[in-house]
Ligand binder design. Structure first.
Ligand code: NAP
Length: 527
């Protein structure tokens, strides 16, 4: 497939005229010569939004089987691109080929999961309360609830998942599954990859005979295009993964609109790992080694990277630090996604390094001449220092972490109370630690969206029970997840139909249940 550097607006390929940009290879620190990408602006947002508005009622009313077939077709078309997609993503991101192949599998699996969710129809939340004409003192009307899509959705592709959380990633898949047209703002860090995947979606829209406004892909340098997209009145919700500043900026724009809209922003998390005394006593070395593997996976560019480790001070904690440090010392420096992300990591780590009372206890292999390559680092300090130093809690977004020595369990609890909202918290414990773990759990349930036992937080399964969300600042809305089947709920709203004749009700609420979906009927769940 040829990459042309154009935007995809409905069925058209449009060359932007608001400047141009070439893709960048962070591993060679050089531009990828061809093609040059033409940047878009407000005019392209207007065109894509107008098409999305026209497509909305048609798309949301196609039979669920057809909507599901569309998601499957996107998956097939992405696989159909073949190695070209992996090679281009590798050149643009520096991520290893094997990782990108795995990520493609996750992307395709995610689309197929949402196809199943659509076919099952449970996401509609169909609920029926039959009329009670004889009820005293007043009769009850017939009341039926089903969920409808909110309207066209804007998606900001994430830099760190060029496939699984970008153009056809989790936000797009869940919004399309909900029946919402999607306009993606491609991330500048993988423009060619974005175009290839965008063309696979555009092809699927055509093949399935859907209206062209179901999908558009825009590119724009600087902030203007993204700002115009979030401000556009046709857009009814936003999916975003990226920096805290970026997410908060988009939330401000969304809230300042005459009609404010939700921004589902996944922003920053340092994913505390609690090491309990029993676990440290029995397996400090094994935990240290596994921790170093998790910390350096993907050059630490995961929202679930373990950036904070907490434990009661003891010789066993020293064993953990020694083992983690020895393992880190063997880890090669790895190319980061962009020079900007590399600079942000370096300056974040330097800030931590400069805090009085913080000691760097280990580092990875030096980057040498390798451009944009992150050297892993491990720091140690005490709980009082953490409580007094907000910089120690900032996401470093790279392979660096801070170990906190607590005096006793009460101090550990106060640090747990103190930390900001998180995507994950992890507990390493043995049976002898259960009572302490139980004391900590109520605090952790208030802090995080996912609580793991004896694992590490990197690696997010895409399934029905996954929660990839959490209190601020890990996300802007802790009531939802951006990964897993229930991510679809972000783009749905309930509508209640009162006394509508059967002929006018949506299929999911008709008395005969023609879709055979699960429904709550007069308070009882039945198929
Ligand atoms: P980013 O700077 O937040 O950018 C993400 C997307 O949002 C880009 O398309 C960007 O457009 C757009 N954007 C950002 N601020 C905007 C604004 N004020 N108005 C309109 N659009 C805006 O994230 P990034 O480029 O992926 O990486 C930068 C840093 O974000 C990293 O160093 C890391 O700290 C953090 N990050 C965190 C996660 C996580 O999962 N926790 C993931 C990725 C990145 P432009 O490119 O045109 O500015």
């Amino acid at each position: 497939m040829t990459i042309t550097g154009e935007m995809l607006i409905g069925f058209s390929a449009v060359r932007g005229t608001e400047g141009s940009q070439r893709a960048f290879n962070p591993a060679t620190d050089s531009e990828i010569p061809e093609p040059s990408f033409g940047m878009g602006g407000a005019a392209e947002v207007e065109r894509a939004a107008s098409l999305a508005a026209q497509a909305f009622d048609v798309f949301r009313n196609v039979p669920l089987a057809k909507r599901a077939a569309f998601l499957d077709a996107i998956a097939d078309n992405i696989l159909g691109i073949g190695d070209e997609l992996i090679e281009r993503a590798h050149a643009e991101t520096g991520l290893p080929i094997a990782r990108l192949q795995g990520e493609r599998g996750r992307t395709v699996g995610q689309l197929r999961l949402f196809a199943k969710v659509v076919r099952d129809g449970h996401f509609l939340g169909s609920t029926i309360d039959h009329a009670q004409p004889e009820r005293q003192p007043l009769p009850r009307a017939d009341l039926r609830l089903a969920k409808v899509p909110v309207g066209p959705v804007a998606v900001f592709g994430a830099s760190n998942f060029p496939l699984a959380f970008s153009v056809a990633g989790g936000d797009t898949a869940s919004a399309l599954a909900a029946g919402a047209p999607v306009i993606v703002k491609a991330h500048g860090a993988h423009l060619g990859t974005s175009e290839l995947v965008g063309r696979a979606i555009q092809k699927a829209v055509r093949e399935q005979g859907l209206p062209e406004g179901v999908f558009s892909l825009l590119i724009g340098a600087g902030r203007k295009l993204g700002e115009a997209l979030v401000a556009h009145p046709v857009i009814k919700a936003v999916g975003f993964t990226g920096s805290r500043q970026g997410g908060l900026a988009l939330i401000r724009i969304a809230n300042a609109r005459p009609e404010p809209i939700p921004v589902y922003a996944e922003m920053s998390s340092i994913n505390p790992v609690f090491l309990f005394p029993g676990a440290l006593a029995s397996r400090a070395e094994a935990i240290g080694k596994a921790f170093a593997d998790s910390l350096t996976l993907g050059a630490g560019q995961f929202c679930t990277n373990p950036g904070l480790v907490l434990a009661i001070d003891s010789p066993d904690l020293d064993r953990f630090i020694k083992a983690a440090g020895e393992s880190l010392a063997t880890k090669p420096a790895q190319t980061m996604l962009t020079p900007g992300i590399f600079d942000a990591f370096r300056s974040g780590a330097q800030k931590v390094d400069g805090v009085q009372g913080v000691t760097k206890v280990a580092q990875g292999v030096s980057a040498g001449d390798l451009p944009n390559a992150a050297q892993a680092a491990l720091y140690v300090t005490d709980a009082q220092r953490l409580l007094a130093t907000p910089e120690l809690e900032a996401e470093m977004f790279g392979p660096a972490s801070v170990v906190i020595r607590a005096r006793d369990f009460d101090e550990l609890l106060s640090v747990a109370e103190h930390v900001e909202g998180q995507l994950t918290v992890t507990l390493q414990f043995d049976a002898v630690d259960h009572a302490d773990a139980q004391r900590l759990l109520p605090v952790l349930e208030r802090k995080a969206g996912r609580i793991l036992a004896n694992g590490f937080p990197t690696g997010v399964e895409v399934c029905h029970a996954m929660v990839h969300g959490g209190p601020f600042p890990s996300t802007s809305n802790p009531m939802f997840t951006s990964v897993g089947a229930t991510a679809i709920d972000r783009f749905l709203r309930p509508v209640c139909y009162q006394d509508l004749p059967d002929a006018l009700l949506p299929a999911a609420l008709k008395e005969a249940n023609p879709l055979a979906v699960w429904r709550l009927v007069d308070g009882e769940l039945n198929a």
